[in-house]
Design a protein. Sequence first.
Length: 555
Amino acid sequence: MLTLSYAKPALLRGRSVFSFIRTRFPRQMGAKQTMCSLAEDPEMNDFMDYLDSLKNYEKSGVPRGAGTDSCQGFDLGRMRRLMERFDNPQSKFKAVHIAGTKGKGSTAAFISNILRTEGYSVGCYTSPHIQTIRERILLGRSGDPVSAKILNCLFHRIKQNLDQAISEETGCLSHFEVFTAMAFILFAEEKVDIAVIEAGLGGTRDATNIISPSGLVASVITTVGEEHLAALGGSLETIAVAKSGIIKQGRPLVLGGPFLPHIEHIIRHRAASLDSPVVSASDAGNRSSIRSVAMLDGRPCQSCDIAIKVEKDLKLSCELLDVKLHMLGSHQLQNAATATCMALCLRNLGWRVSDESIRAGLQCTCLLGRSQFLTNEEAGLLGLAEATILLDGAHTKESAKALMNTIRMAYPEARLGFIVAMASDKDHVGFAKEILSGEHVETIVLTEAAIAGGVTRMKSAVSLKDAWIQASEELGVQIAHDGAAGYRELINDETVPHVRDLHDHTTVLSTEGCLKSSLRTMDGILRRNKGVERGIIVITGSLHIVSTVLALSRR
């Protein structure tokens, strides 16, 4: 069970920041601008062009029912036929398989780093990426992304086989299937000791779910939420069934959670039918708590206690006090506890995993775009020198709630401004309600960012605005989305009192056609409040806007 107990944070508190009059920022006219993430290595151009020619559901959106075990579901047989062409590399390494609505990537990173710290050669496969597709495949003891050279060489070596497979499957092989196959081939060729593999969608019909019971060491289900609801059957229950498809005969299952009782029952029932022992990070015997938040090596971290004691099915125990996590928030503590349970399962199965390696692996883990604070230099490259900028790829109502809880814990008195861009297939009203329910939310700038390099899944800022207005009405929260049109002139007029003096505690809602315009708006606000302590600019709503910001901040 996870509990929170906070000491007074030692972090800077932004006691005064964005202060606005009740007005709508004028929207910049002109063509929509989109920005790409960090460019791939030029030697990978042919490979990237090849992948881009394949069906990419990250760009187009996942069809209704695609992740269910039905005739409409993804064809796992197609993936098996592809792997047979390459002598089934997935049978040549041991694997931990992770599914879940949220927390998969963070849990995979925690587990991988624990095992690397112990000295194992680890393969890690996750999605999506932030700046380069190479981030999806980590190889060996270093944990670095696969090199462009290795990836490019593999592509040219297997291209003829891929061409034949695509032809025989009448062009139906997808971007994700081909890249998953390449990851598994690399793990086999590199002879990794173990691979940590994140499912892309659901579990049952996901391309990663070709791992056999003999190859699987254990599986993990982190959470069950409503993301990809239509693709996974239309209800939480069908989502739970889809995710439980990664459980294999006789192999242990680690649950993150917490889950609704009937959802956990569905998963445990599936595990029992396969004689799979279950360990839950959320069981009453387990305790995880946050002691305090402070700065460490120039970065915020949370001091945590993690105590695991399992007596049913598998007998596991571990107590780690004062673990310093750079991954912030109670949700990341839950992910760390889930990873600790997995490490103890591995130990129980005969793998060498010490308490010291668990601690060190958890403490060294950090991920791009997950509660990530930019440095002053990075903020300066965005034109926002000395601003406190937080990047977080939250894009569901659950992750928005976790983000707001993290901010409240680390900066309880800071006033907040948000730059938000989202994909079209998300719960925009639910997301907005979680943000607007927070304290000190003074402005929201809604903008647009290309989703997976394309615009077909991008939600326009104007349409997004309607969702935020609806959310404010349902909450009974006052927002200013209409008003005087001369805001930019106002903030540059030195004869006018500080904008903060005119603020009446109403959240201001604005739209901008692109990220650059949004950043300029925020820059104008900060400049107008020169000399006043600044708070936090939070850039969120999608990993794709995070990717764009990181690319701009690292030129």
